[in-house]
Write a protein that binds this ligand. Structure first.
Ligand code: AMP
Length: 272
């Protein structure tokens, strides 16, 4: 999070990656001016060492300068909750929203099956996202274990305060929702993206979402059974005009700063 004014200041991307027993445990990041780096680094290390999934064994903090003129500013996606009674209904409803976004039923289904099985070739969660052909469901990313990691995105301090105020009143002000909104916001800016599907790898967190440029971020309180430790993300792309290098460079390297929250739309029932 960042106090404005933004653009005339030199910014840095600061990222934390933590692992335990050779497996990814936690990751988080910010875009920040030089004078905030020390405090943010301490907070990120603290987060890695107090993770509910165990105390990290390896923690890496990376800091890179970001050229201020290259930072894109945008608004977070609109947010809506669709109430579902259980994860089966959640998946059916998510499938419906993916179809509304333009994903074929078979591609959506194939991606859901892949995420359910862990996504990575060894049956565990991927570290990043799979890229999926919106028609055939074919995987387009080169490394099926790592996937593509979305990085270099954050909120301004004002946007964070406004977002948290809106989330608090809906009982949604938790890091899962805030960080997912920022990530989805960047994904929806990617050239050629049609939709995103996500559910968490945190066994205690069953919610997930479908996001698309046309309708924003639609969350479902249940997209997987409680206790399930496999999660994932699928970014759906139209094959026509798809350029893997361009997509990966945008998602992993280009900086995006959100300066305003999106709108909060009324909750819906699954069948509506
Ligand atoms: P989380 O919402 O943090 O539980 O993450 C759920 C899944 O999304 C993970 O298992 C990864 O497959 C994927 N994921 C997490 N962080 C990222 C990221 N920065 N970029 C792309 N995919 C991610």
């Amino acid at each position: 999070m960042l106090a404005s004014p933004v653009m005339e200041r030199h910014l840095y991307s600061i990222r934390m990656h933590a692992s335990l027993g050779g497996r990814h445990l936690s990751g988080a990041e910010h875009l920040a001016p030089f004078e905030d780096l020390e405090e943010l680094a301490a907070a990120l290390v603290r987060r890695a060492l107090t993770h509910p999934g165990g105390r990290a064994e390896q923690v890496t903090i990376s800091i890179d300068p970001v050229v201020a003129e290259t930072i894109r500013q945008s608004r977070l996606p609109d947010v809506r909750t669709v109430r579902v009674v259980d994860w089966e209904q959640g998946r059916q409803t998510a499938l419906h929203w993916l179809k509304v976004a333009g994903v074929t039923e078979s591609a959506a289904w194939t991606a859901m099956q892949a995420m359910q099985q862990g996504g990575a070739p060894d049956g565990t969660s991927m570290r990043g996202a799979m890229l999926v052909d919106v028609v055939s469901g074919e995987r387009l990313e080169l490394d099926h274990a790592r996937g593509v990691r979305v990085s270099r995105m954050d909120l301004t301090l004002e946007a964070e305060q406004a977002l948290r105020a809106a989330l608090v009143s809906r009982n949604l002000d938790n890091p899962h929702v805030r960080e997912a909104l920022i990530l989805a916001g960047k994904v929806l800016m990617t050239p050629g993206v049609v939709a995103e599907l996500c559910w968490s790898d945190d066994p205690d967190y069953t919610a997930g979402y479908v996001a698309a440029p046309g309708f924003g971020y639609v969350r479902f309180p249940h997209l997987k059974p409680l206790g399930e430790g496999r999660g994932g993300r699928a970014f759906f792309f139209a094959r026509e005009g798809f350029n893997l290098d361009q997509v990966v460079t945008f998602l992993e390297k280009e900086a995006v700063l959100f300066t305003r929250p999106g709108r909060f739309l009324r909750d819906m029932e699954a069948g509506e």
